[in-house]
Design a protein around this ligand. Sequence first.
Ligand SMILES: C[S@@+](CC[C@H](N)C(=O)[O-])C[C@H]1O[C@@H](n2cnc3c(N)ncnc32)[C@H](O)[C@@H]1O
Length: 314
Amino acid sequence: MAAKKPGRLRHAEQNTASLFADACPLKISSQFDPAADVTLYAGDCLELLQSIPDEAAQLVVTSPPYNIGKEYEKRLDIDLYVEQQSRVIEECVRILHPRGSICWQVGNYVERGAIIPLDVLLYPVFAKLGLRMRNRIVWHFEHGLHCTRRFSGRYETIIWFTKTDDYVFHLDPVRVPQKYPGKKYFKGPKAGQYSCHPLGKNPGDVWIIPNVKHNHVEKTIHPCQFPVELIQRLVLSMTDPGALVVDPFLGVGTSAVAAVLHQRRAAGAEVVPEYLEIARQRVSLAAQGLLRIRPMDRPVYEPPPGSSLTSRPR
Ligand SMILES: C[S@@+](CC[C@H](N)C(=O)[O-])C[C@H]1O[C@@H](n2cnc3c(N)ncnc32)[C@H](O)[C@@H]1O
């Protein structure tokens, strides 16, 4: 089989990153520093979390390893996996501000063809720590492995918890277009006025956002990075400008990118040095408005009917 060609965008982006790295306007620190714009910690997340003061973060958002044997993780007995996750979650709760939120993005653990939804396994850990669940957001995407003995998995979840009932939540910056924005009241005291909210509707708890596969403009060498727009929605709705966003399993820094794009501070840990270096380049490009991202308001691409790709060859 021919070797895979390196991703064009990936390399172009990395070249640009080194050209512009010196011009980065951010203060990037390798140890937690409350005065830094971004902390990129090279090592275990528990070490980073232990260096962050109590109640310092307004949002903890992450996608942990799923224990499915990806290149960056060792497959563990599932009870041990939950125990390890519990230790990280406990620290995340300690650093969480009373008005803050934790979003844990997970899929399924698969054991001999049987799936175990990780949010189901982890929910009791959060509940036991006194957190309140606000949404179980279904993130639906259209591409992934094709299964032959069950239906192909096309969603993962984000479980969103808060520490108290008095939590930060801004709906207006994340509203989406209505289906019928021109609809008006047809009777009553508001007859003739538009019935929809002028800024759009609540995005609901099923989010259709493309996952980062090979043709995605944000693709790096990481096998399962977040799309930036997924985290932008969480950052904009759950934090105020200047707030600290923490991602214990940072990967190539998508959470930090989303934070920087919206003038929030970020801190994250990553054990793979290559991923952390890409994270550094991405936040630096983001701060200079040079990182290519898929915009939050772009509709999901629908191929035009009748094109060569949407018609079966005769
Ligand atoms: C699912 S990926 C996260 C990807 C990330 N959301 C992004 O957009 O790039 C999980 C990441 O956690 C890292 N990791 C695994 N164990 C870790 C640990 N104990 N401390 C810090 N990072 C860890 C892995 O190397 C991997 O990059």
